[in-house]
Write a protein that binds this ligand. Structure first.
Ligand code: SAM
Length: 199
């Protein structure tokens, strides 16, 4: 049986994603945090955490080439529920072309354009972080948490990471932490954590 392709140009875009990602890594390794895009398996694990029946916004911070986004859409999340923030203009343009119907903001996640997010008219339900927070200092990590709190109070965020233990010092940051999933089917093997403010 012929399988319907969700993204018609997926096969031809994948090598482009890899080269775009690698090029960005060469230019700024700390901003990228990895040499290659995330795997579909990691995307599936993240998508599983999201309520498909809700109409709330899924906000992806540091969406890169959209490997996680692709899994979100494949899992049944409507593109209109997805907003992405990506700091690199070339990647933001690529995301907007690749995922029609989603909202892409070319911006710094540490200075979130809240008014633009409000324009979606949806409440933020889930925040996914692809930014390698582990490579940043505690002050920057606190700043990130504040930004998330401002748009999704009390909800916290999902963070994928290649660390074996928690990538964030959550006690110090006054967060609750839970490791939700792990997969060896990613390079490097990755975990999904949920952090949220201590109640
Ligand atoms: C680990 S990569 C994302 C990987 C993505 N899942 C993929 O497979 O392509 C991290 C992304 O975060 C972006 N990024 C880093 N710092 C950022 C910031 N302050 N604001 C927004 N995006 C940022 C990088 O440009 C990069 O695209």
């Amino acid at each position: 049986m012929k399988q319907t392709q969700l993204f018609p140009s997926e096969k031809t875009q994948l090598p482009h994603d890899v080269t775009l990602f690698f090029r960005r890594w060469l230019s700024n390794p700390l901003q990228m945090g990895s040499i290659v895009p995330s795997s579909a398996k990691l995307g599936e694990l993240i998508a599983k955490q999201i309520d498909k029946n809700s109409n709330s916004l899924v906000l992806e911070l540091g969406a890169g080439t959209g490997a996680i986004t692709r899994s979100l859409i494949k899992s049944g999340i409507a593109p209109g529920r997805i907003a992405m923030v990506e700091i690199v203009p070339e990647m933001a343009d690529h995301l907007q072309t690749k995922f029609p119907g989603t909202k892409v903001l070319q911006a710094d996640a540490f200075n979130l354009p809240k008014s633009l997010l409000q324009k979606t008219g949806l409440e933020v339900g889930t925040v996914i972080c692809g930014i390698p927070l582990v490579l940043l200092g505690e002050e920057k990590q606190r700043q990130f948490i504040q930004q998330v709190e401002a748009v999704a109070p009390g909800r916290g965020f999902l963070l994928y990471t290649y660390c074996i233990t928690s990538p964030l010092p959550y006690h110090t940051l006054n967060l609750e932490a839970q490791r939700l999933a792990w997969t060896p089917k990613n390079f490097p093997p990755a975990s999904v954590w949920h952090y949220r403010p201590k109640t």
